[in-house]
Design a protein around this ligand. Structure first.
Ligand code: E4P
Length: 214
């Protein structure tokens, strides 16, 4: 499973990129809205100049025509821009057009296996099931990842599964076990992935022993 970072914050992207673990970036309108004093286009340009992998940029229009217009403008920013489209009939019409034109897509706000299958058949490069938001309403977000992974394997579908709406490190481990190709993770959770009390304790003990040499 590969790691994407789920943020539009440049400092977070730089920090995570320096770790050498980041294969892509996902943004959404809520994440972009937190970034004051920079235009969406300028921020996308900045991100694509740093990160070689897929950078998801979401369209705002709700009709296919508007999504296609916005998506083409966004795709022109850099070759590694992926157009993020909501899981609606209009969204899939747009995905169909983007696919024919060789523009990569990430179908977002996926909450069922059938939605993922529809998106894949429309040509989506990625589907993004939202684990945390399913957990929030008492479902098991991870179950949908397993189901999608199984269906895609049975039918030899090459659309990649991005485990999204990741809230904690256990989601990351479980998403990997359940067959997600990618997890898109907030910076805070990336930091948590490094942590283990025995690592800290071990470093402390090694240093103490080293310093006790006479
Ligand atoms: C994914 O692409 C979305 O940007 C993101 O994972 C949504 O996460 P949230 O449910 O924490 O807002």
């Amino acid at each position: 499973m590969k790691f994407f970072i789920d943020t539009a914050n440049m400092e977070e992207i730089k920090e995570a990129h320096a770790l050498g673990i980041i294969a892509g970036v996902t943004t959404n309108p809520s994440l972009v809205a937190k970034e004051k004093d920079v235009s969406f286009h300028d921020r996308l340009k900045e991100i694509t100049e740093l990160v070689d992998g897929s950078v998801s940029a979401e369209v705002i229009a709700l009709d296919a025509e508007g999504m296609i217009r916005e998506g083409k403008e966004l795709a022109a920013i850099a070759p590694n821009i992926t157009i993020k489209v909501p899981m609606t009939p209009e969204g899939l019409k747009a995905v169909h057009v983007f696919t024919k034109e060789g523009i990569k897509t990430n179908v977002t706000l996926i909450f069922s296996a059938n939605q993922a299958l529809l998106a894949a058949r429309a040509g989506a490069t990625y589907v993004s099931p939202f684990l945390g938001r399913l957990d929030d309403i008492g479902h098991n977000g991870l179950d949908i990842v397993s189901t999608i992974a199984e269906i895609f394997a049975i039918h030899d579908i090459d659309t990649e599964i991005i485990a999204a709406s990741i809230r904690h490190p256990q989601h990351v481990t479980d998403a990997a076990l359940r067959g997600a190709h990618i997890a898109t993770i907030p910076y805070k959770v990336i930091q948590q992935l490094f942590k283990h009390p025995l690592t800290d304790k071990g470093i402390e003990a090694f240093l103490a022993d080293w310093n006790s040499r006479s």
